[in-house]
Design a protein around this ligand. Structure first.
Ligand code: SF4
Length: 348
């Protein structure tokens, strides 16, 4: 491996030894940066004589993750669990999810939320930030060290925020009364170092670098899973949600389809349709739930239409897009809103 990777592994080894009683948490998104970090931490862990006994690898599953990434990551996590067990590394692979009431389609089809836009971006917090913070809150009680794949050179915005917070591999993140330590072993990595680490560091073996590389063919940013000290907005990422309507066009899906991944077309059509009907006010309540005279939630008949279209997409792709508990939550939410619609004089 290269000198930069060697020195990152060395720093990680020292950090593990010095913090062996802490609860180590590696934030894994499946993307290249967090893959490089995972490889560095696992390699360091294997090389340390008395490593920490609490090590979690966390992944946040939004339920609407980019189709190709979702398939890739679920495969990696499954293999990783087996590999870690067989190598006696006492690490837990944890998949975090938002509570059913906060999931993307429960909000849209159940509560009638309009699909997110830049000015009403209700999704990032519900789907990505909150499930992770909730988990970290409990881990922080054991003096957590959170390992992230943040890099100074990722973007100008990142560089500014890193410089502001001292530019060191150790940073502190405050959340309410709690503060937790963030360890950033690849802070000074350039993009080429990241790919070197992905390809050259052997462990864990469950990650196939070429499969990851394929996901990046059309290159762009990732949607952050754990909010680092100052995170860029999540919206322009290739690794965002396939349903994301915050971006005007889903260029990464368009590019993937243009280069032959035709299976994404029905998902893209659905996303485009969802973005369009947001602005059809005949499908929305005439007022908000608060009573403000502005377009409110989708009407129940519009929500039913979205559910029918989504179910068609499920049948067409053979991919389950709503879990049974999400369907049940939607049904319960409709029961209450039927009464409100009656009061508002909306025809069913
Ligand atoms: S990718 Fe888009 S829809 Fe998903 S959480 Fe981020 S902003 Fe929201």
């Amino acid at each position: 491996v290269t000198q930069k990777i060697d020195s990152a592994i060395k720093i990680a080894k020292e950090a593990l030894v010095e913090n062996r009683n802490s609860h180590w948490v590696v934030g894994f998104s499946g993307g290249k940066d967090s893959t490089a970090v995972l490889k560095i931490i696992i390699s360091a862990y294997k090389a340390v004589r008395r490593p920490p006994q609490k090590l979690d690898i966390i992944y946040c599953d939004t339920g609407v993750e980019s189709i190709l990434l979702d398939r890739y990551v679920k495969g990696v996590l499954k293999r990783l669990r087996t590999e870690l067990r067989s190598t006696d590394i006492p690490a837990n692979v944890k998949i975090l999810r938002a509570p059913v009431s906060d999931r993307f389609f429960v909000k849209i089809i159940g509560r009638g939320y309009p699909p997110p836009t830049n000015s009403f971006r209700w999704c990032t917090k519900n789907l990505r930030i909150r499930p992770v913070s909730k988990y970290l809150k409990s881990a922080s009680e054991d003096d957590a060290v959170v390992v992230l794949g943040m890099r100074e050179n990722e973007s100008e915005q990142r560089r500014r925020s890193v410089t502001k917070s001292g530019g060191t591999v150790w940073q502190t993140q405050r959340e309410g009364k709690q503060s937790r330590r963030i360890f950033l072993p690849i802070l000074n990595f350039e993009l080429t170092d990241v790919w070197d680490a992905v390809y050259l560091v052997k462990h864990p073996r469950s990650i196939d670098p070429t499969a990851l590389d394929r996901l990046y063919r059309n290159g762009s940013e990732e949607c952050p899973v754990i909010k680092p000290p100052s995170a860029p907005p999540c919206a322009s990422g290739r690794f965002g949600c396939w349903t994301c309507t915050v971006v005007r066009r889903d260029r990464s899906a368009e590019a993937a389809i243009a280069s032959g991944t035709k299976e994404l077309q029905p998902y893209l059509d659905f996303r485009n349709w969802l973005a369009e009907i947001r602005n059809d006010y005949s499908k929305r309540w005439p007022e908000r739930r608060s009573g403000q005279p502005q377009p409110g939630p989708f009407t129940i008949s519009a929500r039913k239409e979205i559910l029918r279209t989504l179910s068609r997409l499920e049948r067409r792709t053979g991919h389950r897009l709503l879990t049974p508990s999400e369907r049940a939550a939607i049904g319960l939410l409709w029961q209450r809103d039927v009464l409100i619609e009656r009061e508002l004089g909306i025809q069913p």
